[in-house]
Design a protein around this ligand. Structure first.
Ligand code: FE2
Length: 152
């Protein structure tokens, strides 16, 4: 599978979300590297980082939507739920020694990237309106508190 590239089409316009999405893409590419090297320990390490980070990102995003009063937050969270279920089942299979990295890599390439491109942009205007300072370079109180909560 080829490397994923960040493009403006994936941008939500919310700096902190775009940075997190870039990092997820970085991890997806790292997974490809680890698979190409055929190093099980490295694949395992990247899988752990990738799933941990993606799950923290989802929780952060859900908190952001909730605090902004985004009306479709519950629907959006449901799509995260289905992804979380899949991640959990991959982790279970992985822990029994099955190599799930190719399947997971495909899922991430298709589902997650589509989700970022289509679903995540839908909450942008509500967040920008209701959480002033979210895009300030100097972290607002809201942002530093939430980052600490979800990524500490
Ligand atoms: Fe999302």
């Amino acid at each position: 599978m080829s490397y994923l590239q960040w493009s403006d089409e994936l941008a939500t316009g919310i700096g902190v979300i775009d940075s997190q999405h870039k990092r997820i893409i970085h991890y997806i590419n790292q997974l490809e590297d680890a698979r190409a090297l055929n190093e099980p320990d490295l694949v395992k390490e990247v899988l752990i980082n990738l799933t941990d980070y993606t799950l923290s990102h989802f929780a952060f995003e859900e908190s952001l939507m909730e605090d902004a009063g985004y009306e479709a937050a519950a629907i959006h969270s449901k799509t995260h739920d289905s992804f979380r279920d899949r991640i959990r089942s991959y982790n279970d299979r992985f822990s029994t020694g099955e190599d799930v990295s190719e399947e997971l890599s495909k899922l991430l390439n298709v589902w997650l990237i589509e989700h970022i491109a289509n679903d995540d942009s839908s909450y942008t205007s509500c967040v920008l309106k209701n959480i002033p300072g979210i895009n300030n370079k100097q972290k607002s109180g809201w942002l530093s508190r939430k980052l600490h909560n979800f990524f500490a």
